[in-house]
Write a protein that binds this ligand. Structure first.
Ligand code: ADP
Ligand code: ASP
Ligand code: MG
Length: 413
């Protein structure tokens, strides 16, 4: 008898009919002879509403502990409703909040990291033949304070539960058929990938393919959890996320992603001398602000420009800090722009092939799209462009690299 962890996202539990649909799928899996632990998100849109409420009363940065107490309630509603729906189908089910199931985290409210899971309680429920219905996205710290794992965090909860239970597979049920070559809601020609490697999936997720939370994929890779991303509404196989060795042949570029969540800051006219980069970036790091792409121009007359991107949520604070530092180091000026987007291509096939980046720049040039910043790594190339040009950029890159059938063997010939 197998042990399966299933995770249902917000769009799959958005209303009572959808919750009944999930209950049926869970019961089918039980009837097929499996033990099932289900991790659920808040009903679609619920977390956004809770965040908006918190901001209305608590301002832009509500008190973090109370923020987590509030936003964690969305998942608590879903677990109770799903357990009731399973009861109506004649099966036993027991709901658990993060705290009740022993999901221990650190105390970083709003972005807590999982420390441990006490799987005993879930095992007991499963041993009794019941379904364990677990609230995603939340845990408790050492002192019993409620914490949340960051937006999209139910994916990470599910993988952590799968690792703790040593489940056969962690199934991520969502509103699309699997992981696609690009967002299927933006590009109708997007195609479903049957398999994708952990490394590619980590890049795609961190570069904007929101179908999986990046942390969840990292966690799955580290603990060898097999992930299967599939539709809540169809029985078909979706996408398996597997080790690279298990992929013999595949697409040269597996995915085209976009991310509207970044903003750009430029420090102009700084002295080109040792120590300047640390003067600019240390205060940002100390404030917990993650800097992504960084470009420093060649100097002219002993001065240079440094440009970088940060998440939009940190934009205001990052601009304040950079302006202060800019004054201290005698920079000519600091300017900032939050109407940018990052568009990327990702693929293991790029490893052994030159010319991918230049082809990407050519495709964008043909669309009249101006590239503001570029960053590359072994299996991805990212460019920062004007956010209004996301759609044509993604469509053109998908046509050039995926629809053209640019398939390359992944193993050395
Ligand atoms: P859930 O509510 O199930 O957690 P999400 O909204 O977090 O679902 O993620 C699913 C959405 O991710 C899809 O509806 C799709 O629009 C979007 N998406 C973006 N890029 C991709 C991609 N490459 N493959 C699949 N879905 C993608
Ligand atoms: N409900 C949380 C969110 O909307 C967590 C999740 O759905 O994964 O971000
Ligand atoms: Mg999600």
């Amino acid at each position: 008898m197998g042990l399966i962890v299933q995770k249902y996202g917000g769009s799959s539990v958005g209303d009572l009919d959808l919750i009944r649909n999930v209950a049926r799928r869970v019961v089918e899996t039980v009837d097929a002879g499996n033990r099932v632990a289900v991790v659920v998100s808040a009903m679609g849109g619920e977390t956004d509403k809770l965040v908006a409420l918190a901001r209305k009363i608590g301002g832009e940065e509500p008190e973090p502990r109370e923020y987590d107490v509030l936003v964690s309630t969305g998942e608590q509603k879903t677990i109770a409703l799903l357990a009731m729906a399973i009861h109506r189908l004649g099966r036993a089910a027991v709901s658990f909040t993060g705290g009740q199931m022993g999901m221990r985290t650190d105390t970083s409210y709003g972005r807590a990291r999982i420390a441990s899971i006490d799987a005993q309680r879930i095992h007991r429920v499963l041993d009794d033949g019941a379904v364990a219905v677990i609230a995603g996205f939340q845990g408790i710290d050492e002192d019993g304070n409620i914490t949340t794992l960051g937006r999209g965090g139910s994916d990470t909860s599910a993988v952590a539960v799968a690792a703790a239970l040593d489940a056969e597979v962690c199934e991520i049920y969502t509103d699309v058929d699997g992981v696609f070559t690009t967002d299927p809601r933006m590009v109708p020609a997007a195609r479903k990938l049957d398999r994708v490697s952990y490394d590619e999936m980590i890049e795609m997720a961190s570069l904007g393919a929101k179908v999986l939370q990046t942390r969840a994929v990292r966690f799955a890779m580290r603990y060898g959890v097999l992930l299967h991303v599939r539709s809540s509404f169809k029985p078909d196989d979706g996408t398996w996320v597997v080790p690279e060795e298990d992929i013999m042949e595949g697409l040269f570029v597996s995915g085209v992603t976009y991310n509207r969540d970044e903003a750009k800051i430029r420090v102009r006219g700084v002295k080109d001398q040792p120590g300047i980069a640390t003067r600019i970036f240390s205060p940002l790091a100390n404030a917990g602000i993650v800097v992504d792409v960084i470009i420093q121009n060649l100097s002219q007359d002993g001065t240079t420009d440094v440009t970088f991107t940060v998440g939009r949520a940190d934009f205001r604070r990052a601009v304040e800090i950079t302006k202060r530092v800019g004054d201290e180091i005698g920079a000519a000026d600091v300017d900032a722009d939050d109407t940018i987007a990052k568009v990327s291509i990702v693929g293991l096939g790029m490893k052994d092939h030159a010319g991918v980046a230049s082809r990407m720049f050519q495709v964008l040039a043909e669309q009249g799209i101006n590239i503001q910043l570029i960053s590359t790594s072994e299996i991805k190339v990212s460019v920062v462009i004007d956010e209004h040009q996301i759609e044509p950029a993604v469509a053109a890159l998908h046509a050039a690299f995926v629809e053209s059938g640019a398939a390359e063997p992944r193993t050395e010939a």
